[in-house]
Write a protein that binds this ligand. Structure first.
Ligand SMILES: [Zn+2]
Length: 90
């Protein structure tokens, strides 16, 4: 009987083939939802879809695009926002 924390579905169950030929059950962290644009809700490109532990070991530059609103807005929405900003400054 597994431990109490393993009986809940917080962790996903992965069947792994052991070197001896038998399959073993491993418990792994679930992946979070994909990063989406704050305006159009499109899935963001250049933002990894990884668990928190994998994200922790990644350099900051690998976590989001290096541009204004990188990791928040998609490139089309960012362009629109910057154009609107430039127009309103005049
Ligand atoms: Zn967008």
């Amino acid at each position: 009987m597994p431990r109490g924390m393993l009986k809940s579905r917080r962790l996903r169950r992965v069947f792994v083939k052991a070197p001896g030929g038998n399959t073993k059950l491993q418990y792994k962290e679930r992946k979070p939802s994909k990063a989406v644009c704050a305006h159009c809700k499109k899935v963001l490109a250049g933002v990894p879809y990884a668990t928190s532990a994998e994200m922790r070991n990644m350099p900051k530059t690998a976590k989001r695009p290096q541009r204004p609103y990188g990791g928040v807005l998609c490139s089309t929405c960012m362009r629109k926002v910057l154009q609107e900003k430039a127009r309103s400054e005049k």
